[in-house]
Write a new protein. Structure first.
Length: 73
């Protein structure tokens, strides 16, 4: 599943960030492959907002389509 398919409130684990440049930018925010984040908001036709460590990060829809995630129960 990809990040853009997540629903608000779901806990997800980042499995793969394919683009090297995007991966390095995400690491600066504390998000890396294997990180567990919460989907805070999915803005219709807009970004996906994820939360981790009391911070929220908006990830553009096109970028979210390329990030592989796994649901955590």
């Amino acid at each position: 599943m990809t990040l853009d398919k997540c629903k608000k409130g779901q806990k997800i684990k980042i499995m793969n960030i394919p683009n090297e440049i995007i991966r390095s930018q995400a690491i600066r925010f504390g998000i890396s492959e294997g990180a567990v984040v919460t989907c805070e908001e999915v803005v219709p036709a807009g970004p996906v907002v994820v939360g981790m460590y009391k911070q929220q990060i908006a990830i553009g829809r096109n970028l979210a389509k390329s990030i592989s995630v796994e649901l955590i129960n």
